[in-house]
Design a protein around this ligand. Structure first.
Ligand code: SF4
Ligand code: SF4
Length: 107
């Protein structure tokens, strides 16, 4: 199985592309602008379908994965998740630092 974008209803908002942990959703600006999923790197997590505002991401139950490529894609997803977690932690730390400074300045 792999996830697939229905091209007609897609509004090219890019939310799915930003949510995909394997970065296998590509945006083509040549010709007809469109978002397309590379099924070989799709790990079937469903995150893209969850964020799509027009519900135009479905599944292809007949797609058969290559085991080696799928394993690579899962490693890519783990690294992506670690990077995102680190960014979120850094943003929280920054917000806390600013809050502490503001609190100290008011005292
Ligand atoms: S199901 Fe997951 S891996 Fe596949 S395209 Fe959507 S977000 Fe990417
Ligand atoms: S989230 Fe949906 S509408 Fe937005 S680019 Fe992806 S498939 Fe298209």
């Amino acid at each position: 199985m792999a996830f697939v974008i229905e091209l007609e209803p897609c509004i090219n908002c890019g939310l799915c592309r930003r949510a995909c942990p394997t970065e296998c959703i590509h945006y083509f600006t040549t010709g007809r602008r469109t978002h397309v999923i590379d099924p070989a790197y799709c790990i079937d997590c469903g995150l893209c379908a969850q964020v799509c505002p027009v519900d135009c991401i479905t599944t292809d139950p007949l797609y058969v994965h290559d085991a080696v490529v799928l394993a690579e894609a899962k490693q890519h997803a783990k690294a992506w998740a670690r990077r995102r977690y680190a960014r979120e932690q850094a943003a929280k730390e920054q917000a806390l630092t600013i809050t502490r400074r503001l609190t100290t300045a008011r005292e």
